[in-house]
Design a protein around this ligand. Structure first.
Ligand code: AMP
Ligand code: MG
Length: 420
């Protein structure tokens, strides 16, 4: 069958990514919000900012074990030892009279500075002498002390709306006494594999058939990016099946097709989407693997809540292509549908562990393994048989990015790596 006219739009990689990021940023933040216990909040995205309930630190905090002193007493002139008049542990408040000239109070890390003291001398810089204390260096006012409120003021935002909650953020929420958090509902992502050759895992298989592994891989990637995956039934390469999947997909926040977007006679996904009034942002990108990638949105039918648009991706059927396109394009859009503010894919720079031939007219994303070393990150390509090679793909932990146009890449040269 003919491809629908007017939808051939093949972009360079940078352009395609910019289009996705623009749509991701422009798409409305999720409407549905829910309350979760702090202990179940990891991986969720804040829908309401967390505000500090008190100054942090709540008192002038000692950052070292040592002695609370008056810095003026530690000058070179006062050679006599300081008199130690007490001891203060973290969690205790100094209730005795303020520290006076010539006095020191033993203090532990995390305790509040007693009144009258203005610095802490580290225990390592002192020595006991005649029941008192001798020191080895002068001290500035405020040394080894974080003043009250220096980290955060009561009432200020410590975690913004749109923040992904991982360990560090959970720690901040806990420090503010938040036992529950308001987070965005997880976006639902419908996944429709297409192909006459596909069989489900529990079905008998002929030798020419292929297991539908993409639906599982994509569902796992969706879940680890914060979405709820819904695997739809396999669509055969016919418009009727594709129509049925699109109608089911309208209910989701994001619709993913795999397969059926190349130039073959049975690649009908774009045609079926066009029938529903799809707007196509691009129908291909100059990348390898993944060139047939399609991105667009469907106007939701009347009567559907919420009205508006359902974004979709048509991913190439080849499993490595589908996964590369997921990391490059789907994940940013999905992060936006999760309510996140930071959505762009993460690239790091690494030195190539080997020389690689160039001369390609497309940007290549080759399965690779990154190894960290003290003197720099290294990346080695995983030998592969092309975009069907799921096993090689799984041996990598990212993709080395080899830009279009360059003739060759030398060992030791710095390249970007897409981490997954
Ligand atoms: P297509 O993009 O539809 O031309 O698919 C390209 C190739 O990818 C097919 O010939 C299959 O070998 C493979 N493929 C397509 N869909 C899947 C799938 N759901 N799971 C695993 N492999 C697939
Ligand atoms: Mg196909």
């Amino acid at each position: 069958m003919e491809r629908p006219p007017g939808i051939d739009r093949i972009l360079r990689f940078e352009e395609a990514l910019a289009v996705v990021l623009r749509q991701a940023q422009a798409s409305p933040s999720p409407e549905a919000v829910e309350t979760v216990a702090l202990s179940n909040a990891r991986g969720r995205v804040l829908a309401r900012a967390v505000v500090a309930d008190r100054d942090q630190p709540p008192f002038d905090r000692a950052t070292r074990d040592g002695y609370a002193v008056r810095a003026a007493d530690m000058g070179g002139a006062a050679l006599g030892a300081l008199r130690v008049v007490g001891s203060l542990r973290a969690g205790e408040t100094w209730k005795s009279p303020p520290l006076r000239a010539g006095e020191a109070i033993e203090i532990m890390t995390g305790a509040g500075l007693p009144a009258g003291a203005d610095a802490v001398v580290m225990v390592e810089d002192t020595a006991p002498e005649n029941g008192g204390l001798r020191w080895q260096r002068m001290l500035r006012v405020g040394e080894n002390v974080v003043p009250r409120g220096a980290e955060t003021r009561a009432g200020s935002v410590v975690l913004a709306r749109g923040t992904l909650l991982e360990g560090a953020e959970i720690g901040v929420a806990a420090s503010c006494g938040q036992v529950e958090l308001e987070v965005f509902a997880r976006p639902r992502v419908a996944i429709a594999a297409t192909g006459d050759e596909l069989v489900e895992l529990d079905e008998p298989m002929q030798s020419a058939q292929i297991r539908n592994s993409n639906s599982y891989a994509l569902a796992a990637l969706v879940e680890s990016s914060g979405g709820v995956a819904e695997r739809l039934a396999i669509a055969r390469d016919c418009v009727e099946d594709l129509r049925a999947r699109i109608i089911e997909g309208f209910q989701a926040d994001l619709l993913l097709f795999s397969g059926g977007v190349s130039m073959g006679k049975y690649d009908l996904v774009e045609q079926a989407l066009a029938e529903f009034g799809a707007e196509f942002f691009f129908t291909g990108a100059l990348i390898q693997p993944g060139k047939p990638i399609v991105f667009g949105r469907l106007p939701r039918p009347d009567g559907l809540h919420p009205k508006g648009w359902t974004y979709f991706f048509g991913l190439p059927g080849n499993p490595v292509s589908a996964q590369v396109c997921f990391h490059l394009f789907v994940a940013p859009m999905l992060r936006a549908r999760c309510g996140r503010v930071e959505v762009a894919p993460l690239f790091v720079e690494a030195r190539l562990g080997e020389s690689v031939q160039g001369g390609s007219r497309v940007t290549r994303f080759l399965p690779a393994r990154v190894s960290g070393a003290w003197d720099g990150v290294k990346v080695r390509l995983v030998g592969w048989q092309g975009s069907g090679d799921v096993v090689a793909n799984a041996r990598g932990d990212g993709y080395a990015v080899l830009p279009a146009g360059e003739e060759a890449f030398a060992a030791g040269e710095t390249v970007r790596v897409l981490l997954r």
